[in-house]
Design a protein around this ligand. Structure first.
Ligand SMILES: NC(=O)C1=CN([C@@H]2O[C@H](COP(=O)(O)OP(=O)(O)OC[C@H]3O[C@@H](n4cnc5c(N)ncnc54)[C@H](OP(=O)(O)O)[C@@H]3O)[C@@H](O)[C@H]2O)C=CC1
Ligand SMILES: O=C(O)C1=N[C@H](C(=O)O)C[C@H](O)C1
Length: 270
């Protein structure tokens, strides 16, 4: 069987380089293209060299449209507006589009879903790791079993370069907690606290964000009751967990109909 041919967009980024490495290491897939923004200093450079590997004979370009002519799909960990622009291309060409980008507004998310349904086979998740997706299932079970006497608080820490908050993972875990409790996340979320906030509202879901250093990604969901506290935590130690998850999603998507899927679909956890 021929390899699944994948283009990495945002090739120069932290995740772009981890993706080139993960695709190169895995059987059944290959790097078919590497795309960066027009004018980026890495345009023309070899994708393998960019990722710190042996040369792959794939030069970085700024033209996703052309790169996709000889590829099956795209893996995209970039920025919300870039992912939206790329999705119009993947949908027009009926390709696989795996999106790890976070920080979409609810309106942008709805737009992305509509574009996917018009032609792409899209998998999008705020976290592509097996561990976080399994954790979200455990959180759903825990919040289903415990009533609102247990306060739900979600704490996350990431590296100093991260530009969106709360993280995509924190929101994903918040959705799982809300789902377990049978409530709407957005109606019950408290995204930050400052000053005379008043006492905590029963049934709300609180978020707290820390940023610093090189932390790859750490998330805790705390269920705080009277006299006891449960903490469910995931700590990412290497970006390869996200990259391997994204490659798995692309392989899974290969024979799936056009549509908008999540990592829970890929992992059979839905
Ligand atoms: N779902 C998951 O499992 C994970 C998600 N993420 C998410 O992935 C995204 C990227 O993270 P990270 O790699 O750390 O960020 P980086 O800033 O290191 O990388 C993003 C890359 O995308 C490029 N880019 C942005 N806009 C465009 C464009 N229009 N055309 C081409 N390239 C573009 C950037 O180029 P430039 O620098 O020129 O802007 C940069 O090279 C974030 O949203 C992050 O939250 C990260 C890890 C795991
Ligand atoms: O920006 C990052 O680095 C990460 N972003 C994702 C998120 O927003 O949750 C996933 C991971 O935690 C790393």
């Amino acid at each position: 069987m021929t390899d699944l041919r994948l283009v990495v967009v945002g090739a120069q980024g932290r995740m772009g380089r981890a993706l080139i490495t993960a695709i190169s290491e895995q059987q059944g897939v290959c790097v078919a293209g590497a795309v960066e923004r027009e004018g980026a200093e890495c345009i023309g450079m070899d994708a393998g060299t960019l990722a710190g590997l042996q040369p792959l004979d794939i030069p970085v370009t700024s033209d996703l449209d052309a790169a996709l002519d000889t590829a099956d799909g795209v893996i995209d960990f970039t920025a919300p507006q870039a992912s939206l622009a790329f999705s119009r291309i993947t949908a027009a060409k009926s390709k696989i589009h795996i999106i790890g980008t976070t920080g979409f507004t609810p309106e942008e998310e709805a737009e992305l879903k509509g574009i996917a349904e018009s032609g792409a086979t899209m998998v999008r998740s705020g976290n592509m790791s097996l561990g976080v997706n399994l954790l979200s299932k455990l959180i759903e079970q825990a919040t289903k079993a415990l009533d609102a006497d247990f306060d739900i608080e979600i704490l996350e820490m990431h590296h100093k370069h991260k530009v969106d908050a709360p993280s995509g993972t924190a929101l994903l875990l918040g959705e799982a907690a809300a789902q377990g409790r049978g409530i709407d996340l957005h109606a019950n979320a408290v995204m930050s606290r400052e000053g005379m906030t008043g006492a905590r509202e029963r049934g709300s879901i609180g978020f707290a964000t820390l940023r610093g250093g090189s932390v790859i990604g750490e998330h805790s969901v705390i269920l705080a009751g009277e006299g006891e506290r449960i903490e469910l935590t995931h700590k990412a130690q290497d970006r390869s967990i996200f990259a391997r998850g994204a490659v798995k999603a692309a392989s899974w998507a290969k024979d799936k109909p056009v549509g908008y899927y999540s990592m829970m679909d890929v992992l059979g956890l839905n």
